[in-house]
Write a new protein. Structure first.
Length: 249
């Protein structure tokens, strides 16, 4: 049984919790597969009106699990794994229910990319985020090359993307507009649930329609970016620079 994503329900609110705490919820094929299935279930179930995405333990998600990269993948497996991220991120963005994200500890690389595809992001005051991919010979995914400029403008997007060595704080992200609220870590679950309950009280059809209309102008650029990013990730993870980084992880 795959326990990489746990489901908890509270009335119309479903909480999907990334559950690899021993690896700081680093992503891998099984986690993406479990999240993909959970989102399909949420999409199909009329009892679910709002989804919360969270992480167990000390972090939301610390990015890719480099130890699994060391174990080796065939060319086909590597390409499939990289496209899996793109597919799951698109699910989050286009789900017919609003998605909130509760972020604590670290949201690194693929973890931040997942979060950016949600509707509402609440961060603990201790949160640190970064996009380290360009600095370690990889490339970003999840449509962030379109989402970042759309969310915070081109200048701030450059700050986040072109400083792969830097960790940004919750306060900085709130100022940029990437977080909708910052709370004490002990209050993160309650604050996210309160926001989810407010959304659940709204007429579901109107909410779904508004979310669809808000992203309408984004989608052509977003879908093209998913393909472009995937091709760049495939090329990058086949390079000597990337293999050297993975070997040293």
């Amino acid at each position: 049984m795959n326990t990489d994503v746990l489901l908890a329900t509270q009335g119309p609110i479903w909480t999907l919790t990334l559950n690899r705490p021993e690896r700081l919820n680093a992503v891998c094929e099984s986690l993406y597969g479990a999240l993909e299935q959970a989102l399909l279930d949420a999409e199909a179930d009329p009892a679910c009106q709002v989804v919360i995405l969270a992480g167990s333990g000390r972090a939301f998600c610390a990015g890719a699990d480099l130890k699994l990269h060391q174990s080796g993948r065939t060319e086909a497996q590597r390409r499939d794994y990289l496209w899996q991220e793109q597919r799951v991120c698109r699910q989050l963005l286009t789900l017919n229910k609003p998605v909130l994200c509760a972020l604590q500890g670290y949201a690194i690389g693929a973890g931040l990319e997942l979060a950016l595809n949600t509707d509402w992001r609440i961060g603990a005051d201790t949160l640190q985020v970064s996009l380290p991919e360009l600095g370690i010979g990889n490339y970003v995914g999840g449509g962030v090359t379109v989402l970042l400029p759309a969310l915070v403008g081109l200048a701030q997007a450059r700050r986040l993307l072109l400083q792969p060595e830097r960790r940004f704080t919750a306060a900085e992200l709130l100022q940029m507009g990437l977080l909708d609220a910052v709370v004490d870590e002990t209050e993160l679950q309650e604050a996210t649930l309160l926001r989810a309950e407010a959304l659940a009280r709204m007429p579901a059809d109107n909410l779904a329609r508004a979310r669809q209309h808000l992203r309408r102008g984004l989608m052509n650029h977003y879908d093209a970016a998913l393909v472009d990013e995937w091709q760049a990730m495939v090329a990058a993870t086949g390079s000597d620079a990337w293999h050297q980084k993975v070997a040293g992880a």
